[in-house]
Design a protein around this ligand. Structure first.
Ligand SMILES: [Zn+2]
Length: 492
C-alpha cells in the first residue's frame, strides 16, 4: 500500500542483497513496512529507521530446524548467530500447547515445535508429564523411578501404541510442526509402532523428522537406521527429514548421502541436515553409549565429556552417570571432519545447529542477561551459522549463495507444504516476511568453542537481525523486544 514517496518503517541501504529463491545478488535498498518487505530497489528510499548496510550482505533470516535450546538466553545467543527461526523439530515437545503458551508475547525470535514421539512415549508408558520441552523438565530422569519404560519396553502391545498415537495426534491438533522421531534413543520401539507413526503422519499430511537408530560404523549401522526410515517414508508416502546425517552415519556418511540422493531420484521427499562440527552432544543415557560403543563409534571413554563436572569418562564414571543422571548432557568426539564436510557441502543438505540449551557450570539455567562466558554446552548452539559463513570465506567451502540457501530458502521451501507460514520465510522479495540477517562476509565468525568460558560466546560480524520487521539485533546488541511469532503446522 505504500506509495513511492512515503517513508518506510525501516530501510536498509547499500547492502548486497542476496535472495536464494530468485538468485538476486546485487546492491539494493530494502524498504520494510510493518512486518513485510515492501520494496527492493536501486532507487534511494527513506525510512523512519535506516540501517546502512554498505559492505554487508543482506540475507533472509536464518532458519534452524534443530534448536533444542529454547530458553531466553539460548534464543538471544541464536539471534547473534543470525537465526530468526530457531525451531525445535528433532526432539519436539509434549504437550505442544504448553510450549506455545509459554512463548506467547515473550519471544524474541519466531518459534515452532514438533510433537516429540519420545515425550509422547514417556507420557504414555511411564505416566510422566514432560511439561513441554521434556529435555529440560527432568522428564527423562523422572522416568527412572518407573524403570524408564519409554526406553526399556518393547512396544508390542497394541494398547501401548494406541496411547502413544493418541498423544501424538493431540500434539498435531495443537499446532505441532511435524512429528519428531528421535528413535535412536529408544531402540526397543518396534517396527509396528514406527509404521503406525508414519501412517499417522500421512493422515495428518505432515512430515517425520528423525534421529535414526544405530549410531554405528558396524552392523547394525547408522546406514541401516537410514534405510529403515527411507523405506517407511516410501511405503507410507510421508516426507522425511534426516537430521544430522553425518553424526549417525559417521565414517559412512558418503554412503548415507548417496542413499538420500537415490531416494530423491526415485521421487521420494527426503531431506538431510548437517551441522559443521566433528563432535556431538546429547544425553549421557543415550542408547548408543551402551555396551560396545568403542567398536560401534570408534571412540573410547575419554572421548566422552560429562558436561556438568567437565570430567572425561572412565568405565566406572560412565556407568554411574548413565544410571544416576541419564538426562545429563555430554559431549563426544565421534566424527571425522571429512565426513562433516561431505554432508555440509552436499547438494541439497540443509544446515541445522542441533543447539543444546546452555546452562552454567553447575547445570543451573541462565538468565537472559547472564554473561555469555557463563554458558556451558556444545558451541554449535552459539556458532553453527557464523561458522558455516566463516568456512565459506576461509576454505572456499561452497558459494556464498549456496550457504545462504542451505540456511534459509531450502529449509523454508521444504517446510511450506506442511507449514503455510514458511511460504513467506527464507526469501528476500517484496511481500515476504521481514526476517532479515545482515552480516559482513569479510569478518563474520563464530567465537564459541569447547573451552572453559567460550562455549556460548556469541558470533560476531552479524550487526543487524530483523524479526517480523522489528530490529532485534542492533549494532550487535540484542534489544529487549519481543516480535517473535508462533509458527504452526497445518493441523493446528
Ligand atoms: Zn539428534
Amino acid at each position: 500500500m505504500t506509495k513511492q514517496n512515503d517513508p518506510y518503517d525501516v530501510v536498509i541501504t547499500g547492502g548486497r542483497v542476496m535472495d536464494p529463491e530468485s538468485g538476486l545478488d546485487a546492491v539494493r535498498n530494502v524498504g520494510i513496512t510493518s512486518d513485510k518487505i515492501d520494496i527492493i530497489t536501486e532507487q534511494p528510499i527513506q525510512g523512519t529507521d535506516t540501517i546502512d548496510a554498505t559492505g554487508h550482505v543482506v540475507a533472509p533470516g536464518f532458519i534452524d530446524l534443530h534448536a533444542h535450546g529454547q530458553s531466553p538466553f539460548d534464543i538471544k545467543t541464536k539471534l547473534r548467530d543470525g537465526v530468526t527461526c530457531p525451531l525445535e523439530i528433532e526432539a519436539g515437545a509434549y504437550p505442544v500447547e504448553v510450549f506455545y503458551k509459554e512463548r506467547e508475547g515473550k519471544a524474541q525470535a519466531n518459534y515452532a515445535v514438533s510433537v516429540g514421539h519420545v515425550w509422547a512415549r514417556m507420557a504414555a508408558l511411564d505416566g510422566v508429564d514432560p511439561k513441554g520441552l521434556g529435555m529440560y523438565t527432568g522428564a527423562m530422569n523422572a522416568c527412572v523411578v518407573d524403570g524408564s519404560q519409554w526406553h526399556e519396553k518393547n512396544t508390542d502391545d497394541p494398547k501401548d501404541i494406541e496411547k502413544i498415537l493418541a498423544n501424538i495426534e493431540e500434539g498435531l491438533q495443537q499446532g505441532a510442526v511435524g512429528i519428531g522421531v528421535p528413535v535412536g534413543y529408544y531402540n526397543k520401539c518396534t517396527s509396528a509402532e514406527l509404521e503406525a507413526v508414519f501412517a499417522l503422519a500421512k493422515r495428518y499430511n505432515t512430515f517425520i523428522a528423525t534421529h535414526v537408530r544405530y549410531m554405528s560404523n558396524i552392523q547394525p549401522s547408522g546406514i541401516m537406521g537410514i534405510l529403515e526410515v527411507i523405506a517407511l517414508s516410501f511405503a507410507y508416502d510421508v516426507p522425511l527429514l534426516i537430521q544430522h546425517i553425518h553424526s549417525t552415519s559417521l565414517h559412512r556418511t558418503k554412503e548415507a548421502l548417496s542413499l538420500v540422493d537415490a531416494a530423491q531420484k526415485r521421487g521420494l521427499n527426503v531431506l538431510a541436515e548437517a551441522y559443521p562440527y566433528d563432535f556431538g552432544s546429547s544425553v549421557i543415557g543415550a542408547d548408543y553409549l551402551g555396551e560396545g560403543f568403542q567398536e560401534t563409534m570408534l571412540m573410547d571413554y575419554s572421548d566422552i565429556l560429562y558436561i556438568k563436572t567437565g570430567e572425561r569418562m572412565t568405565k566406572e564414571l560412565l556407568a554411574k552417570y548413565r544410571k544416576e543422571d541419564p538426562g545429563g548432557f555430554m559431549m563426544m568426539h565421534h566424527m571425522r571432519m571429512e565426513d562433516v564436510d561431505a554432508a555440509m557441502q552436499h547438494d541439497g543438505v540443509i544446515v541445522g545447529s542441533d543447539a543444546m540449551g546452555f546452562a552454567d557450570m553447575n547445570g543451573k539455567n541462565l538468565e537472559w542477561d547472564d554473561a555469555p562466558e557463563k554458558g556451558v554446552a556444545h558451541p554449535r548452539g552459539a556458532g553453527a551459522y557464523a561458522k558455516t559463513l566463516r568456512l565459506v570465506r576461509e576454505r572456499n567451502y561452497m558459494p556464498l549463495m549456496t550457504a545462504i540457501s542451505k540456511m534459509t530458502y531450502l529449509t523454508a521451501r521444504w517446510l511450506e507444504d506442511f507449514v503455510p507460514a514458511m511460504k513467506q520465510l527464507g526469501r528476500l522479495k517484496p511481500g515476504a516476511n521481514a526476517d532479515i540477517t545482515i552480516f559482513d562476509p569479510d569478518t563474520v565468525t563464530d567465537n564459541a568453542a569447547a573451552e572453559t568460558g567460550k562455549f556460548a560466546l556469541p558470533s560476531t560480524g552479524i550487526p543487524y537481525v530483523i524479526v517480523n520487521g522489528n530490529i532485534v539485533v542492533k549494532d550487535s546488541e540484542v534489544l529487549k523486544v519481543y516480535p517473535g511469532r508462533a509458527i504452526k503446522g497445518g493441523n493446528g
